[in-house]
Design a binder for this molecule. Structure first.
Ligand SMILES: [Zn+2]
Length: 465
């Protein structure tokens, strides 16, 4: 089962395989900026990447390293901390915890390493220092450091951006400081009126300040995956300038190919338009759960469109997803549970599903093939291995039928939910009601409600309204 995927750099669909000598498949996915709850457009990217991760786990068992970062210092996180008059770390911890709860609810496997930007200042400063010494970066009058685009002839290879467009796009920031309008910041000198107490010692000869956004991914990839990785992914909004800048930084610093393969998932539209708070079509997982929808229905709906095409999300699509999941649950119940100790190797019944998934991650094709087979198969007459084959499909798509909360579902809460609940109970007993309330909101986002008694508590899946 070779996994073929479109490569945004070569614009060809190419087979993925680990190419470093140790045989480990190195996979980096740009993560969330933790200044607010992730919206469902963010989660489209994370769910799509989770299916990729699961395919890699099946194809390269025990030989996958998945890294996804947390951006916990940038203009938006600092602005949010200042608006709330709270320390930056407190704000980013709160939104990181909610992000983790949302990922658990959506059944996304945790990355093997989840580095933070603030946890890698040293690595970023070191990389900027190398770029300055190699002549790819320069210090400006205020002590900031910029990347010199003219020093990297391959700049623009990923996005095919024309030089003129580049100057227009990048010129909005600090135009009067830079040698060239297209150059971008690697290090931003401290500005007391904007940065509050957020600052670190900079590279030699630069001022105190903080890293520019793009350098964190270059530094974390190098530290946790090495100089050349097999796959780098993100939402299409990151293709330019973020990924173009990552390539420039890493390849100038390391002198070798940064990523062998690039993959970008497309935008999510909601009710046919771009999501925005003012239009009232902006949703977080927590808001959908409050409306009575299950996280698993959202996961299914996010996979129902081709990841490289814009997907129009509607609340109706969640109803359709819910019905589809219930049909899968009925099929699963009909297959029954095989007696213990009699594990059969998976049959070939669901091969068409994997053919679609491994052909440029065609998730709607895979779901279509799955339903064709489920509709044509009488579970009572299933062959040996069909149950195992069905479980393998559910694993690849990350569909947890036990998380539907339907009557008779025997699965208890996931471990991360149990741990949130335990922490909330302890906070409540310690009379830290603010923390307890926040953890209750995280539990709700994960699809669980906590019923408190005198001596203990009970967890129940949130029912649909
Ligand atoms: Zn990144």
């Amino acid at each position: 089962m070779a996994i073929k995927l479109f490569d945004s750099m070569s614009r060809e669909t190419r087979e993925l395989r680990p190419e470093n000598p140790d045989g480990v498949f190195r996979f980096y996915n740009c993560g969330l900026t933790v200044y607010a709850a992730g919206h469902i457009g963010n989660f489209r990217t994370f769910v799509v990447n989770d299916v990729l991760r699961r395919l890699f786990e099946l194809e390269f068992p025990g030989k996958v390293k998945h890294v996804r970062n947390i951006t916990d210092v940038d203009d938006r996180t600092i602005a949010q901390a200042r608006a709330e008059k709270r320390p930056l770390a407190e704000i980013t911890r709160k939104w990181t915890e909610l992000f983790h709860a949302d990922c658990v609810a959506l059944n996304c496997l945790p990355p093997h390493v989840e580095p933070t930007a603030t946890g890698h200042i040293r690595e970023q400063v070191d990389m900027i220092d190398v770029l300055m010494r190699k002549g790819n970066a320069y210090r400006t009058a205020d002590g900031s450091v910029y990347f010199k685009i003219s020093s990297f002839p391959d700049y623009g290879a990923l996005s095919r951006i024309k030089e003129r467009e580049l100057k227009v796009t990048n010129s909005v920031f600090d135009a009067d400081h830079k040698d060239d309008l297209g150059d971008f910041a690697l290090w931003k000198a401290y500005k007391p009126e904007e940065d509050g107490d957020v600052r670190w010692p900079g590279p030699p000869s630069a001022a105190e300040g903080r890293p520019g956004w793009h350098i964190e991914c270059s530094a974390m990839v190098k530290k946790h995956l090495g100089e050349t990785i097999d796959l780098h992914t993100g939402g299409v909004d990151l293709l330019f300038p973020h990924h173009e800048n990552e390539i420039a930084q890493s390849q100038c610093c390391n002198g070798t190919t940064f990523a062998r393969h690039w993959y970008h998932s497309e935008h999510l539209l909601v009710e046919s338009t771009k999501m925005s708070k003012s239009k009232g079509n902006y949703f977080t997982l927590g808001e959908l759960v409050e409306k009575g929808y299950s996280p698993m229905a959202l996961r299914y709906a996010l996979l129902s469109g081709h990841p490289r095409k814009q997907l129009n999300f509607t609340l109706d699509s969640l109803h359709a997803a819910d019905s589809a999941l219930k049909a899968l649950k009925r099929f699963s119940d009909g297959l029954g549970v095989p007696p213990k100790g009699q594990g059969e190797p998976p049959s070939t019944l669901f091969e068409p599903v994997f053919r679609a998934l491994t052909d440029d991650l065609n998730t709607p094709g895979a779901l279509g093939a799955l339903f064709t087979l489920v509709n044509a198969t009488d579970p009572a007459k299933a062959q040996p291995g069909d149950r195992a084959a069905f479980e393998r499909v559910l694993y690849a798509l990350g569909l947890d039928l036990g998380a539907l909360g339907s009557p008779g579902a025997s699965a208890g809460p996931p471990a991360a939910v149990e741990s949130l609940a335990a922490r909330r109970w302890e906070s409540k007993r310690a009379k830290d009601f603010a923390t307890a309330d926040r953890l209750r909101a995280e539990l709700a986002a994960a699809g669980w409600s906590m019923l408190d008694g005198k001596e203990g508590y009970r967890l129940e899946p949130l029912k649909k309204a």
